[in-house]
Design a protein around this ligand. Sequence first.
Ligand code: FPP
Length: 475
Amino acid sequence: MAQSPDDHYITETSEIQAETESILIKHLPVDPDSPLPLQRAQHLQFLVRNLVQGFPSRYTSQDASQPWLLYWTLQSFSVMGVGMDPDNKQRAINTILAWQHPDGGFGGGPGQAPHLLPTYASVCALAIVGHPGPGGGWDQIDREKLYTFFMSLKQPDGSFLVSQGAEVDVRGTYCLLVTAYLLDILTPELLEGTPAFVASCQTYEGGFSSASQPYFCASVDDGAPQLLDDIRPPLGEAHGGYTFCALASWIMLQPYLHLQDPATQQPSVDYKRLLRWLVQMQGSETELGGFRGRTNKLVDGCYSWWVGGCFALLASQGVGGGHGQDADPTMTTHEDEEWEDVDEPVWNKVALQRYILCAAQHPSAGLRDKPPKNADSYHTLYCLAGLSAAQHNVYPSPARRAQVDQAWQSSSDSPNQELRKASFVEALCWSEEEGTARVLGGQVNRVNATHPVFNLTMTHTEGIMSHFYKQTVPK
Ligand code: FPP
């Protein structure tokens, strides 16, 4: 099979690209429809071993990632459909609660400063193993202090520092929004300016970068620098990881945007450019259809979720996936162009499953970036979540939306009722289109569907949200 075409100008990049393709192609099975089966038992053992051993000593820099290690493990279990016994769940809950900071938020380990990223990982891990009541983890989250912590990170341009004295980046925005959604602490005050910040991270390529920068120009009067509010160039290049965070944040911000005065101009995201960029991140046949995270870089199993997961998010806006009913026509800068409502996916879902099963599964256990690399818990989760995105068709169903909307009971006299309700409905209106899952290699390879915004199963999302919003979720 011919390698990807290039311009015959040999560079370090073109050499490593050619080498990667030559390795990957050897992993193509003789019968492309019969990939290696998903080695569930081995992956489980691998995850448990990693969790019990903790990070090896050469990874001391990862000490602040303890909540991540636990979340990657627990969510991998959930995607593979494996439950946990009550004792282990309780150990996990106690461990997570020890990461909660007395001033609110969660740190990367006991006694560590609170940070948005481990806060997301801790709260998601609690969504999986926790429950209401004493010792169950959910009611021990100090939501008031968490909200104060979130507000203390808020910047005038709507972005958030990831922790006190640290940088701004859209991963932090995503982590904060997921946490605020799950725990019912969303307010207009928290979200003000955030859509404009997220939209400003979209680059000329169509994907999103990590942040955007304030733009100054010399004043015409005295030459002093003046902040121009409406010009905020993205900082750095489009990247799959940031693109997922920005797009999922953008979807979470829709209820807030819909509640704004229609007469005021709202920020917008160019969906068409985004879709084109996402599609171009999928590797060729000689890359087995894996995804890369940025232009001219190598495919890597983790982008199966960071990029592969974006298609369901975009489809929820009526773009590229055929579920046009909920399209929001105000959210594209190309209002003059017509969208074609295609029912066929614009990306190759079968090819991605092949990449994950044949190249990303390590021959002994765990999943990885690409051969011949080692497996790790991060890649194990994001390959499995990507496999889920490639198998299932999860989208916001109008029928489900109506059902959740109808079941909503006004539960408090909170001034944020409208936003709370709209966000709750938006989060729980996703469902899987019956009979549309396409599993390469048969049912043995089937994994559970995962919520396209939160990367938790539907059951775990519903469980924690119904508790905090004090709502019964209709079945
Ligand atoms: C580049 O790595 C990777 C980054 C700059 C960060 C990517 C961001 C994510 C994966 C999203 C994380 C999301 C949350 C919710 C915390 P690289 O240069 O090694 O890889 P590359 O060559 O593939 O770009």
